[in-house]
Design a protein around this ligand. Structure first.
Ligand SMILES: Cc1cc2nc3c(=O)[nH]c(=O)nc-3n(C[C@H](O)[C@H](O)[C@H](O)COP(=O)(O)O)c2cc1C
Length: 260
């Protein structure tokens, strides 16, 4: 039983379960909602180029997706980051609806709250200096919030997984919990990981369509990673991460190979 295997997880599931209608609202009325997106003022920015237009079919991207663990070769460049970030979590435009203006984005978001943020730890990339960056989707640019760090110290935060040694970058998806909790209460906490999954799949498919290697990562030390990104883990949580780089070999089996 789940309650025996993971009692705290079960307690959360119970606390966030929608019960049969009884008139009570699952949301937390009157809670103020945090700002909808982060903006780091007075930091260096890197304007990203226009994303590459989509090429190839969705069927090809789905068939090509895999967890790449062999990185190396030519460095990723600013075009690659632009295409990956815009394709997975960019702002594509706005649309008028009977209920008002809505954003056009490549992922759905519970109540249109968009609780996710993206950070990039860049080791090497043509056209982007190494360092710690936040992606500003509304302006499609990178805000530099930290300088370069020894790659080995970053890899340590990801449980020293050997596959990351030659990756060019790590992308970390975080969730600003208050954006959904203020509307949905405890249940909104579930939405953070659901939405991170949407974003992560977009990233994986865009990577597959551009022959960029991409490895999903849930193996990391939560609090030290939050600290590295300069966030208060009582407010914003790392949810999911991805290693990125050029695959160093051909063949689906070889690219995926897990080292013992
Ligand atoms: C939530 C999640 C977390 C994962 N974390 C890791 C990880 O920390 N390290 C790793 O090498 N692979 C990780 N993976 C990749 C899985 O091992 C991989 O998806 C699985 O073996 C199937 O292979 P495929 O993605 O190539 O089809 C993760 C996948 C998911 C969905």
């Amino acid at each position: 039983m789940i309650s025996n295997l993971a009692p705290s997880a079960w307690a959360f599931f119970e606390a966030s379960t929608n019960r049969a209608p009884n008139g009570s609202s699952p949301g937390i009325d009157g809670q103020s909602e945090p700002a909808r997106d982060h903006r780091f003022r007075g930091v260096p920015i890197v304007e990203l180029p226009t994303p590459r237009p989509a090429s190839g079919s969705l069927a090809d991207a789905l068939a090509g997706r895999l967890s790449c663990r062999q990185f190396g070769g030519i460095a990723l460049d600013a075009d690659d980051f632009s295409t990956l970030l815009h394709g997975s979590y960019g702002v594509l435009g706005t649309a008028r609806t009977p209920a008002g203006k809505m954003l056009e984005r490549p992922i759905p978001s519970g109540g249109g709250r968009y609780p996710l943020e993206i950070y990039a730890l860049i080791r090497r990339a043509d056209g982007v200096p190494p360092g710690v960056f936040h992606y500003a989707p509304h302006r499609h640019l990178l805000e530099q919030i930290g300088g370069p760090l020894p790659w080995t110290s970053i890899v340590r935060l990801f449980l020293d997984q050997p596959y990351l040694a030659e990756a060019d970058a790590l992308v970390v998806i975080t969730g600003v919990a208050g954006r959904t909790l203020s509307k949905y209460g405890e249940r909104g906490f579930r939405f953070l990981w659901l939405e991170a999954g949407h974003l992560g799949q977009n990233l994986s498919l865009v990577a597959a369509g551009s022959d960029i290697g991409c490895l999903p990562l849930a193996g990391f030390y939560d609090r030290p990673l939050a600290e590295l990104l300069g966030m208060d883990p009582n407010v914003e949580l790392p949810l999911y991460a991805f290693a990125l780089g050029r695959p160093s070999c051909d063949g689906r089996g070889q690219r995926r190979s897990v080292r013992g």
